[in-house]
Each structure stands twice: as C-alpha cells, then as structure tokens.
Design a protein around this ligand. Structure first.
Ligand code: HEC
Length: 197
C-alpha cells in the first residue's frame, strides 16, 4: 500500500466544529438510508390506503357496523314493543336494511317501490299523512293484524306470519322516512294516493 492510498482511506474531517464536536465527511450507510426511505414510502402508501382511497376500512366504520348489529339484536329481543323502541329501530341501519328488503319483496306490489302508493291499491307510505294511526305502534299493528274499514277487511291483509321482529323491521323502515312528532292523521277519503290526479 502506498502512502497516497493510505491517505484516501482516512476519513475526511469536515472543517466546522460545533460545541467542540467535529464531523466526519462520510456517506450514510445503506441500511440506514434504506430504513429512512422505506419508512417514507410506507407512510405514503399507508396514507393513500387509509385516508385517500379508503382501500383499508377505517376501524371506526367497522366498529359502528358491529355496534349497529349488537343494537339491532338487542332491539329485536325487546318483548313489549312501544313507540320509543320502534323509533330507535328506525335509526338502526341494519334493522332498516332488513325492513327495506322485506318491503321490496312483499309490500311494493301494492304500495309501489318508491312507497308513493298506487291508486286502487295500497296507500302512500312516504308522506307524513296516515289514515290508520299516526304512531309507530299503530303502523306496526296495522301491518301485523291487517286493516279493516267499517268492519270490512281491506286489501291490507294481516302479515302476522312474518313474526314480530320482521314486522318491526319493516315498520322501522317506514319510520326511517318520517320525522318523530310530525306524523298526522287524515280521513280515509282524503288519502292523496287514492285521489284522481
Ligand atoms: C295486496 C295489496 C297490499 C299489500 C301487498 C300490502 N298492502 Fe299495505 N295497504 C294496502 C291497502 C289497500 C291499504 C289501505 C287500507 C284501506 O283501504 O284503508 C294499505 C295500508 C297500509 C298501511 C296504512 C297506511 C295509512 O295511511 O294508514 C300501512 C302502514 C301498510 N299498508 C303497510 C304495508 C306493508 C309494510 C306491507 C308489506 C309487509 C303492505 N302494506 C303490503 C294494500 C296492501
């Protein structure tokens, strides 16, 4: 080894001194650079996946779905359904989704897919005007027991076979379109869906 080579191998010391500390002019080791740039790349991908594209589900969303399911099960197990419980069900996404599915398999033929009612068939269910009772329990009972008018059965037959929890779910679906405290009663002859246009 010559003297020259020896000198090149010596670490170069930078000219500055801070607080008596001197610094070598060396490039950073590759493993260190790899960790630095790797963590930057990871942070970028993590940010994209969780906050921009939403590829990875937010924990809070998953948690809310779980809590919703838990509440739906608790509400379905309530023995004495009252107005308060039915309103609560109408704010539970899973119960409402279940009720919506029931509506679109059994009720839409007479009440229309958009709940607007059909002349000569089912009444309108998406406005705040109710003929057979303007409370959640009245709606529940109408669906469960069927509706009579002046002692005669109407086209609205009893749906008791569905069982309490499914009738409650479809009631909750109807209530999800309503505002608590603003449902009104009207006379049967005034039902808008049955009027001539
Ligand atoms: C065969 C047709 C038919 C089907 C199917 C039907 N309904 Fe009805 N529904 C009616 C008719 C007709 C009335 C109006 C009763 C009357 O003449 O007073 C009515 C009334 C109602 C009312 C009362 C509306 C008010 O203004 O008070 C509700 C609530 C209701 N139906 C919900 C349902 C639900 C929920 C389903 C599905 C599970 C359903 N109906 C299925 C025909 C039907």
């Amino acid at each position: 080894m010559t003297d020259d080579q020896n000198r090149d191998d010596q670490p170069v010391i930078m000219p500055h001194t801070y607080d008596g500390i001197q610094e070598y002019d060396q490039s950073l080791p590759n493993w260190w650079l790899f960790t630095l740039f790797g963590s930057m790349a990871f942070a970028f991908l993590y940010w994209m996946a969780c906050f921009v594209t939403g590829t990875v589900a937010d924990d809070r969303v998953a948690l809310n779905v779980e809590l919703d399911a838990l509440e739906a099960r608790q509400l379905a197990a309530v023995k004495n359904l009252d107005d308060g419980t039915l309103w609560k069900m109408s704010r539970n996404a899973q119960t409402v989704a279940e009720g919506q599915a029931i509506y679109h398999s059994l009720c839409f033929t007479c009440h229309a897919p958009n709940l607007a009612g059909m002349k000569g068939l089912g009444f309108r269910l998406n406005d705040d005007l109710w003929v057979h009772g303007n409370t959640p329990t009245a709606i529940f009972t109408g669906i469960s027991e069927g509706i009579t008018f002046e002692g005669k059965p109407t086209g609205m037959a009893a749906q008791k076979v569905l069982g309490t929890s499914r009738i409650a779910a479809v009631t909750a679906f109807l209530l999800s379109k309503q505002k608590e405290g603003s449902m009104k009663t009207i006379l049967r002859k005034d039902e808008p869906s049955q009027q001539s246009p």
